[in-house]
Write a protein that binds this ligand. Structure first.
Ligand code: GDP
Ligand code: MG
Length: 201
């Protein structure tokens, strides 16, 4: 039987800058107040291998991200540092490894209807400079690709959120063992999901 849509799960990582900037509660509160349920949580200092493994779970990630980044440069009227997508991603990956191993991160799994899509919406676009006002990145970060490229570092955007359900399904087991995820109920789920609103009056 297909699982009910309310069981969708997504991976969120608060990156080292989010923790250093004392935004843990603020960030978690955004997802919590949506009505999503926290089903997994851990603080860890990731290894470079763990970070590389995370970004390359999808064997196409190097090519797709490289091509997207090349197009990003061109759409900004800039010449990309290379026309080879794999060369571009090698550099991005090197910087992401430095960024994400710089300090503790917090890994979370959030569950609920449209969890993947809603976390991305509330988090805002990858480049904080262009992220919409009201999103976490739009409200709390000044960084941009111009800045991060100038200093040859990863863009500091506070958070990772799975990009699709398929990505989430690969990323969650990369960071959590099965028994580290907890199936449980919160009382407000009835108001969000129950078929009938009985028992209020
Ligand atoms: P995410 O899913 O929102 O994290 O974004 P992606 O999966 O597309 O990209 C992963 C990471 O690659 C981002 O967090 C950035 O660090 C980096 N990245 C993506 N696009 C660009 C780009 O156009 N320029 C640069 N410099 N880095 C990029
Ligand atoms: Mg992504």
């Amino acid at each position: 039987m297909k699982e009910h849509p309310k069981k969708e799960r997504t991976l969120v990582i608060i990156k080292p800058d989010g923790i250093q900037r004392a935004l843990i509660g603020e960030i978690m509160g955004r997802y919590e107040r949506l009505g999503l349920k926290l089903v997994g949580l851990k603080m860890t200092v990731p290894s470079a291998e763990q970070v590389e493994g995370h970004y390359t779970l999808d064997p196409e990630w190097r090519r797709v991200t490289g091509e997207k980044t090349i197009n990003n440069y061109k759409s900004r009227g800039l010449t990309p540092p290379s026309e080879d997508p794999l060369e571009i991603t090698a550099k991005i990956l090197k910087n992401l490894k430095k960024y994400l191993t710089a300090g503790p991160v917090i890994c979370m799994v959030w569950e609920g209807a449209h969890a993947v899509e809603l976390v991305r919406k509330v988090t805002g676009g990858t480049e904080p400079r262009g992220a919409a006002v009201g999103t976490i990145r739009g409200d709390f970060v000044v960084d941009s690709y111009i800045m991060s490229d100038a200093d040859d570092r990863a863009v500091r955007n506070l958070i990772h959120g799975s990009g699709s359900i398929e990505e989430a399904n690969m990323e969650i087991p990369h960071w959590f063992k099965k028994d580290e995820l907890i199936d449980y109920k919160v009382t407000h789920e009835d108001i969000i999901y129950a078929k009938e609103l009985e028992g209020i009056l």
